[in-house]
Design a protein around this ligand. Structure first.
Ligand code: ZN
Length: 117
């Protein structure tokens, strides 16, 4: 799902995308200084490798994600939120989701069996 920056105004625009067993949905809304606020949640089951036995297992995600999206290079900085730049004029929701899922995957994970031992 891709949305052009110029289409996002003061009325929150809903989005919803899926990846494997994960749902990412929320709203996009004009913030300030040409920035767009993405306010969403990531929910579902993500298959991750266990750091101890290397077996994949499903972990349950229930995460809020609030970030700012910049149309082009952002030279300022925001006290409260991370700013993600886009150089294409488009907001690529799937791309945002996959980079979030990548960072979840690279966290430390321990499968239920290893937790029991
Ligand atoms: Zn394990």
């Amino acid at each position: 799902m891709k949305l052009p920056f110029r289409k996002i105004g003061n009325t929150p625009q809903d989005f919803e995308v899926f990846s494997e067993n994960v749902t990412f949905k929320g709203t996009l809304e004009h913030y300030q200084c040409g920035l767009i606020m993405l306010d969403g949640e990531i929910k579902g089951a993500l298959s991750v490798p266990c750091d101890l036995c290397a077996e994949n297992f499903d972990t349950i995600l229930d995460e809020e994600l609030k970030i700012l999206l910049s149309d082009g290079i952002f030279n300022g900085h925001d006290e409260d939120y991370d700013v993600v730049e886009s150089l294409t004029g488009m907001i690529d929701i799937n791309e945002i989701l996959s980079s979030e899922l990548e960072s979840f995957r690279s966290d430390y994970h321990c499968c239920p069996e290893c937790q029991d031992n």
